[in-house]
Ligand binder design. Structure first.
Ligand code: C2E
Ligand code: CA
Ligand code: CA
Length: 763
């Protein structure tokens, strides 16, 4: 039997008219033998068809009714159905409808005796893949089967390819949109044709409203010339525009914002030219310029970080003031200007007095707060052109350019001292500090930066040595003194070994009787070159360099020895006041050492009075309170030194077992200015006596002071009006006179009242 062309209608109108060569029958997609479902009510036909197909290598499942076919299709997967149309009961069309409605993925070849053309068309409309008319040549049927299966394979491959494409398209989209960088495309006129999501979040406007917009609406005006270079790039490859920084307007819908630097984002652009559909360029033909595309990276954070870093390189972190480097820069510029204009300029070195103590007693955090507050007060004193810098620690430096006269600098210095006078409130503490200010003037005190700084520093040290809280200009004769300071550290270490330290005693008087009732031990250093140095000239330094503990050990031993000598003279009612460094009380093991010294020298503990300052260890008050209580139990009394100048509140003082209050020199000095009424002194005296404490005034230099103190109820005094500190031998001869029943020799020979005061007691 020969096949006729009319017998077979092709469903596929595809161009491919060549039958595929029957290669391996194995389905490439599923990698298995194709499964065919044979549906025909003619069992005989079914049987021979099965045999034919199996012989051809297919898996064939025969079924003799539409119903059975639908059941089979439900249960297992087939690749192809060979379907008879006319069957008793439901026909082949019902099967095809089922395939469509239930979306069964299977190809269908109608194998039918139907000769009407509309039957074939109807079958193909129902999406049959081919139509083979019975009777057929087996070869024709097999070819149709092979062809249909081949098309099905292609279809499946296509479908999965399309899926892959869609997936990879989605992947690229995702990569582009979630890129940390901005990706954009501009047309030849410079209008956005594509931007990724990052643009949206960065600029705060929607992607769609950016499309079609010209780049100049988002770039800051100043950067437009540079932008032109990037966005009209016509070169490709290595020569294309790279790494151009442009600043974007944030809400580009708004016109350029007046506050320029604030909201701008800085982006780093790379751009590449695009050329239209690649045309053959032979013969000099040009391809069309299509615009640019590229990547932009947000540099805003990095820019800010860079700014921060460079700010930090020139500023002090704590106070945000210029640091030494920036100060030197500015000083250099100002010196040049001063030189040209023939002006003077001033450099001021400021050191906060007592800062170290605050830091040690209240801790570094509050110390930092104090520095910040001090810095802001200093700033308020200065004018716009002045520079205030922090050199570190509690050292500040100021430059005043264009000095009208030197008095201008002095005025500023006084204002600074004034502004620091008010107490600083740190947590619950009220702290008082002052400052020592040294001033050097360009060009008279130096013509280089280093000279000016060094000389201002030296002048500052002079203020410190002279009792702090003041200012002074540099003088050439200060240079010697500063050399000496350098050698102090080494010298002080040797002083102990060489026995250059001595204890002096300043008598304490009861003016009602004129008797010496006690003495305060004051340390002196008999310096090999500089002569006799007072405690204030070297002890603060000893505290700083950590020599105070060994020096205090020596002091304790010496005063105990001297006290036992006084007793031997018969002066067994004279008390001894010793000054205790806070450091010594905190970690010097003082109580044990005192007890041991008593064992060696044998004296009554009641004759010892320990002087502490108000601010003694506020950081660890419990430890100090314990120590002071132990001293109390031993019979030692405690005096508050420099009362009223520290920063402990009165309430706080109640926690310490205090016997005596020493009225500070500064209050005694107020008596002279007060013209007969000095409420602070009265208040201290009445408070102390009211609490059952002793009170003694120190630094009494004039008879006016002494008279006022006595009538105010404070007859115990100490000061140059009576005696300065005396060497032990000298002090003992006074004691000897007193115990012999005589009033001690007149205070003539000892007082240093500078002519101010008349002597009260003369024998
Ligand atoms: P301070 O305890 O307030 O001592 C009083 C200071 O005033 C002493 O200075 C004394 O010489 C001086 N002075 C006494 N009377 C007058 C006067 O009428 N007018 C004037 N203007 N000054 C007078 P100095 O000896 O330089 O002692 C300074 C500080 O050094 C003392 O202040 C004390 O805190 C400390 N200090 C002295 N000796 C020792 C010591 O042995 N150990 C310890 N840890 N500290 C000591
Ligand atoms: Ca004292
Ligand atoms: Ca004092």
């Amino acid at each position: 039997m020969k096949s006729q062309p009319g017998n077979r209608l092709r469903a596929a109108q595809a161009a491919d008219r060549h039958w595929p060569q029957p290669t391996a029958l194995v389905d490439h997609v599923s990698a298995r033998v194709p499964r065919l479902l044979l549906v025909d009510d003619d069992r005989l036909h079914l049987k021979s068809l099965s045999a034919l197909l199996r012989a051809a290598g297919y898996e064939a499942t025969p079924v003799d009714s539409a119903c059975g076919a639908m059941q089979k299709l439900q249960g297992s997967e087939f690749d192809l159905v060979l379907l008879d149309l006319r069957m008793p009961g439901q026909g082949g069309n019902a099967v095809m409808e089922h395939i469509q409605t239930a979306s069964v993925d299977v190809a269908v070849i109608v194998v039918s005796g139907e000769s009407r053309i509309d039957a074939a068309i109807g079958a193909l409309r129902r999406r049959a893949d081919d139509f083979v008319r019975k009777p057929y040549l087996p070869a024709d049927l097999l070819r149709s089967i092979e062809h249909t299966l081949q098309r099905r394979r292609l279809l499946i491959e296509n479908r999965s390819m399309a899926q892959q494409l869609e997936h990879s398209e989605r992947l690229y989209r995702h990569l582009v949109d979630s890129s940390p960088d901005m990706i954009y495309m501009l047309d030849a006129q410079g209008r956005f044709t594509f931007v990724n999501d990052r643009f949206e979040s960065l600029l705060g406007i929607e992607r769609d409203s950016l499309i079609g917009r010209h780049y100049s609406s988002v770039i800051q005006d100043d950067d437009l010339p540079a932008a032109r270079y990037v966005f009209h790039e016509r070169r490709v490859g290595d020569r294309a525009a790279r790494n151009v920084e442009l600043r974007l307007r944030p809400l580009s819908l708004l016109p350029a914002q007046p506050d320029a630097s604030s909201g701008f984002k800085t982006l780093l652009f790379n751009s590449v030219a695009m050329y239209g559909p690649t045309m053959p360029l032979e013969g000099g033909g040009a391809s069309t310029y299509g615009g640019t595309y590229g990547v932009a990276r947000d540099l805003t954070e990095r820019k800010r970080a860079e700014e921060r870093i460079s700010h930090q390189a020139y500023h002090d972190i704590l106070t945000d003031l210029p640091n030494r480097i920036l100060f030197r820069d500015r000083l250099e510029v100002a010196m040049l200007q001063a030189m040209r204009s023939g002006c003077e300029l001033a450099v001021m070195f400021i050191d906060l007095d007592r800062f170290k103590m605050v830091n040690d007693t209240l801790g570094h955090l509050l110390g930092d707060d104090l520095l910040k507050e001090a810095a802001s007060r200093l700033k308020d004193v200065l004018r716009a052109g002045d520079t205030l810098a922090r050199l570190g620690g509690d050292e500040f430096i100021i430059m005043l350019p264009r000095l009208g006269s030197r008095e201008d600098a002095a005025v500023v210095a006084r204002k600074i001292l004034e502004c620091l006078q008010f107490p600083f409130v740190l947590a619950e503490h009220e702290v008082r500090i002052s400052a020592s200010i040294g001033i050097s003037v360009y060009p008279v005190h130096g013509t280089t930066i280093d000279q000016l700084l060094a000389h201002a520093d030296i002048a500052m040290y002079r203020v410190k040595a002279d009792g702090k809280n003041g200012h002074c200009f540099f003088r050439a004769d200060m240079l010697d003194a500063s050399q000496y300071k350098l050698s102090l550290d080494r010298g002080l270490r040797l002083a102990l070994e060489r026995g250059e330290l001595e204890m002096f005693y300043q008598p304490q008087i009861d003016v009602r009787t004129g008797r010496i009732i006690g003495a305060e031990g004051l340390m002196r250093w008999r310096h090999p070159d500089r002569g006799l140095l007072t405690a204030s000239e070297f002890l603060p330094f000893a505290e700083e360099v950590g020599l105070i503990v060994p020096i205090s050990d020596w002091m304790l031993e010496t005063v105990c020895r001297d006290l036992s000598e006084w007793t031997a003279l018969g002066a067994d009612d004279v008390t001894l006041a010793i000054n205790l460094s806070p450091q010594y009380l905190e970690r010097g093991d003082f109580v044990r050492k005192l007890v041991e010294a008593q064992g060696r020298w044998g004296f009554a503990m009641s004759r010892i009075e320990v002087e502490i300052t108000e601010n003694v260890s506020i950081r660890n008050p419990q430890h100090v309170i314990d120590q002071l209580n132990m001293l109390c139990r031993l019979g030692v009394s405690v005096a508050i030194d420099d009362f009223g100048t520290g920063y402990a509140s009165l309430a706080y003082l109640h926690r310490f077992p205090i016997r005596t209050v020493k009225i500070d020199q500064s209050f005694v000095r107020e008596i002279l200015h007060a013209q007969g009424h000095c409420p602070v002194v009265l208040a201290i005296i009445s408070m102390a006596t009211g609490l059952g404490m002793n009170v003694i005034a120190e630094g009494v230099e004039t008879t006016e002071e002494s008279a006022y103190l006595e009538q105010a109820g404070c007859p115990r005094m100490q000061g140059f009006l009576f005696y300065s500190a005396l060497a032990n031998a000298e002090f003992m001869s006074l004691l000897a006179e007193q115990t012999a029943g005589r009033r001690p020799a007149s205070w003539h020979g000892h007082h240093r009242s500078g002519g101010q005061g008349r002597l009260l007691f003369e024998s």
